[in-house]
Design a protein around this ligand. Structure first.
Ligand SMILES: Nc1ncnc2c1ncn2[C@@H]1O[C@H](COP(=O)(O)OP(=O)(O)O)[C@@H](O)[C@H]1O
Ligand SMILES: [Mg+2]
Length: 303
């Protein structure tokens, strides 16, 4: 699949995979592809950062190589590891063999085929440019970012015992952060940046139409209006787009045609994942939002 030729083509490419991006985000994606630069996506959980990378890989028919970051992630898990078991075997063979073979065997101990490739190295060694997703980088320890700099700036990786491995076909790189801490300036400088926000109501409605097609237009509109308002409250964890979709599907499964206090109360656990948030909704917040929707004519007037 050729890379899109314009921002509009990028929007269409993503929409073709049911990903609805705003123009600024599509522009960032288009530029990242055109300039061959990594794209750093920041935003709250559930706004579609990971999904964008997956969808883009699918749309471009690129292999998705995903590095999920976590506390304690090290180079051995992220980039490469020496195959110690094979090295030991070679050493044993060398010990048993003739003097002449010995030098050759030992010289091969730190060769390319003794390396076990982890996601970062694999992303540099593919015959076609893959899509490298470095997901939730804010979870990794800060020194790990320093290690990433060389890869993201030069598309190469230095292995002390072996030398520098340079990508013949650099990956398309997408880095995400939920912003539990700041990503370093040095890394930001090497990336294009996009802040991913929750979709506005019309876009979220279109997402629900595509991802929860079982819902009628009326219910979908009500759900989106409700969730959009819920996000303005002071919540421990505001509902993401995934929650909107899940909630819609849950309501459909319960044969709900239209929101009412009972159906909302019964399904709050699909929308909210923290007891304090659920308590706030049970304590009046849900009612207040429903009242607003009535006042605005999004919900039918009460009988
Ligand atoms: N713009 C979008 N278009 C279509 N679906 C979206 C969009 N944004 C989010 N979603 C849906 O929301 C879900 C959660 O998004 P995800 O990428 O996991 O969020 P994040 O990585 O930002 O936490 C996705 O699986 C997808 O179904
Ligand atoms: Mg994610």
């Amino acid at each position: 699949m050729p890379r899109p030729a314009s921002v509009d083509a990028t929007l269409e490419l993503l929409a073709g995979e049911n990903y609805l991006a705003g123009r600024p985000l599509a522009t960032a994606v288009f530029l990242a592809l055109s300039l061959g630069k990594p794209l750093l996506l920041e935003g709250e959980a559930g706004v579609g950062k990971t999904e964008l990378a997956k969808v883009l890989a699918r749309a471009l028919d690129a292999e998705l190589i995903r590095l999920q970051c976590y506390e304690g992630l090290d180079i051995a898990s992220a980039a490469y590891e020496w195959n110690v078991a094979r090295q030991m075997l070679e050493i044993r063979l060398a010990e048993a063999g003739h003097e002449a073979d010995r030098a050759k065997l030992l010289a091969g101990l730190y060769s390319r085929d003794m390396l076990i490739e982890r996601p970062l190295l694999r992303a540099l060694t593919q015959p076609r440019p893959p899509l490298l997703l470095i997901d939730e980088l804010d979870r990794a320890d800060e020194p790990f970012e320093a290690f990433l700099l060389e890869i993201l700036a030069e598309w190469q990786l230095s292995v002390p015992e072996l030398g520098t491995i340079r990508a013949a076909h650099p990956p398309i790189a997408i880095i995400t952060s939920n912003r539990t801490r700041e990503i370093h300036d040095a890394l930001k400088r090497r990336c294009l940046y996009a802040w991913v926000d929750y979709p506005d109501a019309p876009r979220e409605l279109e997402i629900v139409r595509r991802k929860a097609p079982g819902a009628g237009e009326r219910l979908a509109t009500q759900v989106v209006a409700f969730v959009q308002r819920a996000r303005h409250l002071d919540l421990f964890k505001a509902p993401g787009v995934a929650e909107t979709i899940d909630w819609t599907n849950a309501l459909v499964a319960l044969d709900t045609m239209s929101l009412d206090p009972q159906s909302v109360a019964d399904t709050l656990g699909v929308l909210l994942k923290y007891q304090d948030d659920i308590a706030q909704f049970e304590g009046g917040a849900a009612r207040a939002i429903l009242d607003e929707l009535h006042a605005e004519g999004i919900l039918e007037p009460r009988p």
